[in-house]
Design a protein around this ligand. Structure first.
Ligand code: S3P
Length: 435
């Protein structure tokens, strides 16, 4: 029997309709993951407002519930009855991280230090992604972890153990790996030090500090000692700059656009997209800067602009890593040749994003050359609407939708429902701003 599974697609009308208006994107995904994980380890009640309720963060919340933490989620509000650092229980079943690398890697760090056995897996995309990068340092700390492909892939089986602090230099910049080691370090004997090759997002450190944990941060080194107590509290999550990114680019590339995107987290480790687009000539202003629970926040005003090409490489790459697919879309309309280099990590994201972006943008008539660690894009006036595929990757689906806004005619994005991984209402916001 042949079973036909229709792949829900989305249609984007092209022809450069301007985007106008204001909106607040959903909560920051990285901070929402950390809120449910650290809130669960807190003493007493943690309440979270502005939580991003999407497939990925719900994977983290369900994981913590499986460890015995009572968590109630009502839209963007979450109540966590923290169990303290030492109150988690052995899960009765395998933890499913779904599509979420952050869940799989942070949880591996936490589970390594617990006095029980657990298993963790994910969807077919996550099962193909590298886990050795967390397994190796955690094993050095004394963790006992088994996994497919010699411990390189999910599912992982973790027998919690007494850990010892290590000094670990990350071979590639990764906030997920840094955070996994720091979570294990909360329990390890002695001192745990993580040294990054270049700085990555520091939401774990900021939230640990907000919850009363002491550690030493010096340049790209973080040192932490074992802890007895983590305080719960009230958290407000800013809106996600990675979700705002799609509308920042859409407004920049379509004439007569003006969009105010409110309450955006502007942590300096995440604002690479704004710096890159400004360098390309993007008219972007940050207004009303303020702070929420130790995280900087602002409103971002974006106006249509004429873009020129840029060379994007080096330390800015980790600060714009999730936004590179949509930056590639901006480059399609910039005068000259844009080069993106040093971005090999894109090959091990939810999908191989270098291949996905190159293949799909070419279908829309873009001139994109694939490099081992990036791409070269020649700007042009307009793309041409076509049928393309998300490759099951939320950020590819949204980047293609943005490309479709400045294409002649209709762009159809197959398998577009994957936007629910990080931005469930994405297509509704797009329609509203283009009306
Ligand atoms: C994340 C870190 C980054 C990023 C991911 C979220 C996090 O991954 O790409 O979307 O929340 O720590 P890496 O740590 O693999 O670079």
């Amino acid at each position: 029997m042949v079973v036909f599974c229709p792949m829900p697609s989305e249609i984007i009308e092209g022809d450069s309709i301007p985007l106008r208006g204001e909106f607040t994107p959903p909560g920051d995904k990285s901070i929402s993951h950390r809120a449910v994980i650290l809130g669960s380890l807190g003493e007493g009640l943690t309440t979270v407002k502005g939580f991003l309720s999407c497939d990925d963060t719900l994977s983290s919340a369900k994981a913590m519930m499986m460890l015995g933490v009572p968590i109630e989620i009502e839209e963007d509000r979450v109540e966590i009855k923290g169990k303290g650092l030492f109150g988690l229980n052995e899960p009765e079943d395998t933890i499913d991280a779904g599509n979420s690398g952050t869940t799989a890697r942070l949880m591996s760090g936490l589970l390594s230090a617990q006095g029980f056995f657990s298993t963790i897996t994910g969807d077919k995309y996550l099962r193909a992604r590298p886990m050795e990068r967390v397994v190796r340092p955690l094993t050095k700390m004394g963790a006992r972890i088994w996994g497919r492909d010699g411990g390189k892939r999910l599912p992982l089986a973790i027998q919690g153990n007494r850990l010892s602090g290590i000094q670990y230099r990350l071979p590639v910049p990764s906030a997920q790996v840094k955070s996994a080691i720091l979570l294990a370090g909360l329990y390890a004997d002695g001192e745990t030090e993580v040294i990054e090759p270049s700085p990555t997002r520091d939401h774990t450190e900021r939230m640990l500090s907000y919850f009363g944990i002491d550690f030493e941060k010096n340049g790209t080194s973080v040192k932490i000692k074992s802890q007895k107590l983590l305080k719960g509290g009230e958290l407000q999550v800013p809106a996600d700059i990675s979700s705002a990114a799609f509308f920042i680019v859409a407004a920049v590339i379509n004439s007569n656009s003006e969009v105010l995107i409110k309450n955006i987290g502007i942590n300096p480790h995440r604002t690479g997209i704004i710096e890159i687009l400004k360098q390309m000539g993007g008219n972007i202003e940050i207004l009303h800067e303020r702070e929420l629970n130790g995280e900087p926040v602002g409103d971002v005003l974006v106006r249509a602009s004429t873009l020129k090409s840029a060379e994007i490489k080096g330390d800015i790459i980790p600060r714009a890593i999730d936004e590179l697919p949509v930056i590639a879309v901006a480059a399609c309309f910039a005068e000259g040749e844009t080069i993106i280099k040093d971005a090999r990590e894109l090959r091990v994201k939810e999908t191989d994003r270098i291949k996905a972006v190159t293949t799909e943008l070419r279908k829309l008539g873009a001139e994109v050359e694939e490099l081992d660690d990036g791409m070269i894009i020649e700007g042009k006036e307009m793309l041409t609407g076509a049928k393309c595929s998300s490759w099951g990757d939320h950020r590819i689906a949204m980047a293609l939708a943005v490309a479709g806004t400045r294409a002649k005619g209709i762009t159809e994005i197959e398998n577009a429902e994957c936007v629910s991984v990080s931005f469930p209402g994405f297509f509704d916001v797009m329609k509203r701003l283009r009306n």
